[in-house]
Design a binder for this molecule. Sequence first.
Ligand SMILES: [Zn+2]
Ligand SMILES: [Zn+2]
Ligand SMILES: [Zn+2]
Ligand SMILES: [Zn+2]
Ligand SMILES: [Zn+2]
Ligand SMILES: [Zn+2]
Length: 439
Amino acid sequence: MEYDERLAHFRQTRLNPFDRGEEDYDPQDGKPAPEQEPRAELSGTGSSDRTMDLGLAEDHFSRPMGSCVDSDIEKLKLAIEECKKLILELPEHSEKQKDTVVKLIHLRLKLQELKDPEEDEPNLRILLEHRFSKEKSKSVKQTCDKCSAIIWGLIQTWYTCTGCYYRCHSKCLNLINKPCVRSKVSHQSEYELSICPEIGLDRQDYRCSECRTPVSLRGVPSEARQCDYTGQYYCTTCHWNDTAIIPARVIHNWEFEPRKVCRSSLRYLALMMPRPVLKLKEINPLLFNFVEELVEIRKLRQDILLMKPYFITCKEAMEARLLLQLQDRQHFVENDDMYSLQDLIDISSGRLSCSLTEIHTTFAKHIKLDCEKCQAKGFVCELCKEGDILFPFDSHTSVCQDCSAVFHRDCYYDNSTTCPKCTRMTGRQQDEPFDIQTR
Ligand SMILES: [Zn+2]
Ligand SMILES: [Zn+2]
Ligand SMILES: [Zn+2]
Ligand SMILES: [Zn+2]
Ligand SMILES: [Zn+2]
Ligand SMILES: [Zn+2]
């Protein structure tokens, strides 16, 4: 076709092959020429030679999956830009220019077609325990967890699961076969604590552990990628070479190097990150022998637990919401031995020590300096009956395990056999023979 040849030539040389007319051109006047067969082009079945000229020879619309949609959109946008330039450069009101306007309309319609058919899709959809909520953001460029293609927020509708942050095109929603990881987090709230527990590709039947696609290490028929968390092999759709810090490596090796994990491990680990599920002193007590920071954090946490009774009985402290300073690590107010993976990461980076020392100082300042009511709940060492008021979290004190009385550490060690308060209480109980059970 002559037109197409000249257009192709134009594209190669970036020169205007046509003469320029004198009249002003109003694009509204450009009517589609009947021989253009616009519908045939849209359906993707005919006029393939006509689409050639704008780099649109491929059929973009008969593919069932969205895997090529992103490159199609790129090409379409490019072609539209080229078309616009061409219209300006062509002679006004010329047949060629009218043809190009028609072409522009077609290209825009094609771009429109990539939009999802339904604009009024539901805001919330529940599938396989996912709670998909329709996304409003237009500008963010995300990747679809189902088809691995880019989500064009500007023209495509997409959803994110509010539970596990799985995101996908609305057109991919019905193809999803992976259940929500959030439910796994609630049912299976314990980490795999063996380092990369591989079972071998043969035991996996040379198939992706998740979707059962055939895989092998030679990449035939599809590449097998290992997940360092589960130790198993996955296909490239289920494993995108994302990296994450592996809890087992932290616990056993105090090693924080991120390793490659599959998509579902990535989501699971991200959701588990702030949950205090690691009882270090049971899983690996040796860690406290060689990680000094852990010992420091343990002491700070023990102190904070000793301060807590002051705060929950002090109106002023409650009003100042002092304990809320630990709201991101609620477990620090509840116990001193459970850790989240996030805690361990922050301990290793030194961040936790900084922030916890700061909180410790604020708390101690309230009890010992700022608040009269809390000050009044201090202790006088009953062994020497001398010196300042003592608090159980002071570093130079010892606390009786039985009655919680506080003494100077030196005094208590000197008299390590008896606590005067406990002696007093036992004495009282012997006077009251019917009350022996209570202690
Ligand atoms: Zn998709
Ligand atoms: Zn989900
Ligand atoms: Zn797979
Ligand atoms: Zn107080
Ligand atoms: Zn003393
Ligand atoms: Zn005692």
